[in-house]
Design a protein around this ligand. Structure first.
Ligand code: ADP
Ligand SMILES: N[C@@H](CCOP(=O)(O)O)C(=O)O
Length: 316
């Protein structure tokens, strides 16, 4: 029997919550924006990983260097630690997400793989344990522990990281009526490199502004006050340093504001930019503008999305 899991793209940081806030997204046209991992038993004497899909050429050539392989090994080690037997498995990764895109591409592979493994071995681990493993795998890629992609990708919705290892992430009410225009320019920005351009320390006024933006946004989410939320959706920690890594970002940001966008920012570490709109028609106008102005290569794309409330899921 083959089990197949889909894990969706996500917006890391959502501007106000560097490493602390993330939201899963799904295109309104029904396409699957995320990775697929299928799992079945394997007769050989080792695990196997088959890699396919439109972005497979951007992955390390040797399957053993793929983060999915590290997920298999971690999962089986954890089973062994709990004195549970395991058999070899064959996983197939359908890499549908561009690498280094700011759409939580590595998180999609990690989450889909660990959820598939947990299903296959009949759920030896709780969601909490799985999420901790997902964070561990994500930090292997980016060089530091952050859950703002893996948590929404796994659990769905808008997720806030809490500083308690027993909880890790809490769902926050999101704005279900909003559209998020996701524009991937088609260039590659490594998360690790985009973290290295950030300063080690911030001054007092920046710190206060950061805290106020995040707190005001979360308060607005709970009260579903869209105007207040959007008026504070500003990134004072990362965007000032990362914007210059993204050709056309400043110009497009100005353009979408003139077209009536409620807010815009960098998705994760970029190059994807996200633009918030409260109407489908306006989102389509913004989509057309970004298609013309933001894309840098043939691999770029622009999707109109809404919040994905489901997170990782089994598919046929
Ligand atoms: N399954 C995978 N999906 C994405 N990246 C992977 C995977 N396996 C290994 N990698 C490597 O991890 C790095 C991912 O880069 P990163 O900038 O963190 O991507 P993203 O921001 O899209 O998650 C790349 O060097 C890539 O080759
Ligand atoms: N909080 C992280 C998010 C990285 O997201 P990605 O999609 O670019 O991997 C950061 O901003 O570094």
């Amino acid at each position: 029997m083959t089990i197949k899991v889909f894990a969706p793209a996500s917006i890391g940081n959502v501007s106000v919550g560097f490493d602390l806030l993330g939201m899963a997204v799904q295109p309104v046209n029904g396409e699957l924006l995320g990775d697929l991992v299928s799992i079945e038993g394997c007769d050989g004497n080792d695990n196997q990983l088959i890699m396919e899909g439109p972005f497979v050429s951007k992955l390390p050539e040797d399957p053993k260097d793929n983060i999915v392989f590290a997920c298999i090994e971690l999962f089986q080690q954890q089973m062994q630690r709990q004195h549970q037997d395991y058999s070899w498995v064959k996983l197939t990764l359908e890499k549908r997400m561009p690498v280094g895109s700011g759409l939580g591409s590595s998180a999609c592979s990690i989450v889909a793989a660990l959820v598939a493994l947990n299903e296959y071995y009949q759920k030896p681990f709780t969601d909490q344990q799985l999420l901790a493993m997902m964070g561990q795998m994500e930090s292997k890629i980016s060089g530091s522990l952050h859950y703002d992609n893996v948590a929404p990708c796994f659990l769905g919705g808008l997720q806030l990281m809490v500083n308690d290892p027993r909880i890790i992430s809490r769902e926050i009410p999101s704005f279900q009526q909003c559209y998020y225009v996701m524009a991937y320019s088609g260039i590659q920005v490594s998360t690790k490199a985009a973290r290295e351009v950030l300063p080690d320390q911030y001054n007092k006024s920046t710190t206060i502004e950061f805290g106020q933006n995040l707190a005001t946004f979360i308060d607005a989410c709970y009260r579903q006050d869209l105007a207040q939320a959007m008026s504070h959706l500003r990134d004072v920690l990362a965007e000032p340093y990362r914007a210059e890594l993204l050709p056309g970002f400043a110009h497009c940001r100005q353009g979408v504001t003139e077209l009536g966008a409620l807010a815009s920012g960098i998705s994760g570490s970029g190059p994807t930019m996200f633009v918030v709109s409260d109407s489908k028609q306006n989102a389509e106008t913004i989509q057309a503008f970004l298609q013309q102005q933001y894309l840098q290569s043939e691999q770029g794309f622009v999707y109109i999305c809404q919040t994905d409330v489901h997170g990782a899921r089994l598919v046929c």
